[in-house]
Design a protein around this ligand. Structure first.
Ligand code: KIV
Ligand code: ZN
Length: 524
């Protein structure tokens, strides 16, 4: 892909493999770094900062491997100002088609005094000399005054001027400790551009200690920054760096604000990049993370679901496909509405209408109140159970409570609607399920015996739905099956038993066999 030279083009400088890898607990081997670098190339980033070659042999090897194998982006290595660092950095990036050396030194009073133990004059000299050395290797040299947000402005600009005068083509301004605020950062970028003379690209590199890394980066773009340093998923030192996916999508989604700004990234690769980085670093992506989080395009409330099903843009400002997230997701939970319920069933191939839809929806709401999320399997099982083979419901469970344990006699108290009349009934039994079935027999007056009983969980987890199926032979020899679902096994059993007794009642009045129509797929 040919990149444009427009003055409004913002270069994406990815530092996932350098600053991102400096996150506590992350240590990537060469193969893992190569896998991420290949994905960054697929994304179309302009620069990959592949590592800090002097830091360790492993870092050197990874930068060298990436420089040798990854085509497309410019490969950059980080280096302090010492000449041996710069030489080592060059050695690592040399095999690449396009190469950059990024050298840096701190310019804030606290860093110069307590970390570098250098005077400002020494720092200025170091910066100039490092850029000169780097330029002996390549025309593409970037310089950063570390801790720029806490540096004395005049002195920092003198250092930046020395870097430009000695051949740095990019001046990267780091908010190393995430101290800046957006308006202040924009002003600093503007002031630097006014003060430092020469032909250079101004870049911004923001950390997220106050949660402002993306906001500060965007403010810098508004103030003329034409390179943004960022990482996938915002990983990086401490609270991390600015998240690439958020910056890219903010600019793409708001061209009215970022007028004319051109960022050349294949956004459909963002979600995949996020997944790869998360998998290899072991850093999970929070569910509600902007752009790449698993809930970024998921809707649970009924009002939102209804809106999105009619027209996606009612509640989405980006197309999930544009960032590689597939389609909008309707998540069924206790806040969901009838439209989303029906739509989900249709996608499962279950066509349900009228009263059947109403009663299935009522059951769904009851279950959703108890179970955080219902899976497709839960829904399918629920609808089949609720339809009960399309028989009229002579008996309906209204409420159940059961007591059991090793020191009390198991008992159950039920309320059952028997042909429109509410019957309250209690019974004891060998267990809570037996007590419930005995109570149901008493309330309905149907006698007979259970011949089969099994419980399965529809999906995994402690909140899974219990799916009870049973067979029953009535005293007049009718053989029927029943199925019941609930997050509670006793309730699921009572529901299955009542479903079976409804079939007995149905056969007795009509002579039909309702089992012939107990299938999901065409219920209506
Ligand atoms: O945050 C920082 O200051 C850095 C520099 C090396 C650019 O990462
Ligand atoms: Zn940094």
């Amino acid at each position: 892909m040919e990149k444009s030279n427009s003055p409004e083009r913002v270069i994406i400088f990815d530092t996932t493999l350098r600053d991102g890898e400096q996150s506590p607990g992350i240590s990537l081997d060469v193969g893992e770094k190569l896998e991420i670098a290949e994905q960054l190339a697929r994304l179309g980033v302009d620069y990959i900062e592949a590592g800090f070659p002097i830091a360790s042999q492993g870092d050197f090897d990874a930068v060298h491997a990436i420089a040798s194998a990854v085509k497309g982006p410019v490969i950059c290595g980080l280096s302090r100002t010492a000449h041996k660092d710069i030489d080592r950095c060059w050695e690592a990036i040399e095999p690449a088609e396009k190469r950059r050396i990024h050298t840096f030194i701190a310019t804030s009073p606290t860093h110069m005094e307590h970390k570098l133990r250098m005077t400002p004059e020494q720092v200025l000299e170091e910066a100039a000399s490092a850029v000169t050395r780097a330029r002996e290797y390549t025309d593409d040299v970037e310089f950063s005054p570390e801790d720029a947000s806490r540096s004395e402005f005049g002195f920092m600009c003198d250092v930046l001027q020395a870097a430009v005068d000695n051949g740095a083509g990019t001046l990267n301004i780091p908010d190393t400790v995430g101290f800046a605020t957006p308006m202040e950062w924009a002003q600093r970028i503007k002031d630097i551009r006014e003060r430092v003379r020469g032909d250079y690209v101004i870049s911004t590199h923001c950390h997220n200690d106050l949660g402002l890394a993306v906001a500060n980066s965007l403010a810098a773009v508004g103030a003329g920054a034409r390179q943004v340093e960022c990482t996938i998923n915002g990983i990086g030192e401490r609270a991390g760096n600015a998240a690439m996916e958020e910056i890219v999508m903010a600019v793409n989604t708001r061209p009215d604000i970022y007028t004319g700004i051109d960022i050349d990234i294949r956004t459909e690769e963002l979600a995949r990049a996020s997944r790869i980085v998360s998998r290899l670093t072991g850093y999970p992506v929070q569910f509600n993370k902007a752009v790449v989080g698993r809930n970024a395009f998921a809707h649970e409330s009924g009002i939102h679901q209804h809106g999105v099903l009619n027209e996606r843009t009612t509640y989405e400002i980006m197309d999930p496909a544009a960032v590689g997230q597939g389609e909008s997701q309707i998540v069924l939970g206790k806040h969901s509405g009838r439209a989303a319920f029906k739509d989900t069933l249709e996608k499962l191939g279950i066509d349900i209408k009228g009263d059947a839809l109403n009663s299935a929806f009522t059951r769904f709401k009851e279950l959703a109140d108890r179970k955080v999320q219902l899976t497709d399997a839960d829904l399918e099982a629920l609808v089949v159970e609720e339809m009960g083979g399309n028989v009229d419901h002579a008996y309906e469970l209204v409420s159940i409570s059961a007591q059991g344990g090793s020191t009390t006699t198991p008992s159950a108290d039920l309320e059952i609607n028997v042909s429109g009349e509410l019957v309250a009934i209690s019974s004891e039994g060998d267990g809570m399920v037996d007590a419930s079935c005995t109570a149901i027999k008493k309330a309905t007056g149907v006698e007979g015996r259970l011949t089969d009983y099994s419980v399965m969980s529809v999906t995994g987890g402690v909140d899974a739905l219990a799916d009870v199926t049973l067979s029953f032979v009535s005293e007049d020899g009718l053989k029927v099956a029943g199925r019941g679902l609930s997050t509670d096994v006793v309730e699921a059993s009572a529901r299955a038993f009542i479903a079976a007794l409804n079939k007995v009642a149905h056969i007795r009045t009509t002579g039909d066999d309702p089992n012939a129509i107990e299938r999901p797929g065409h219920i209506g």
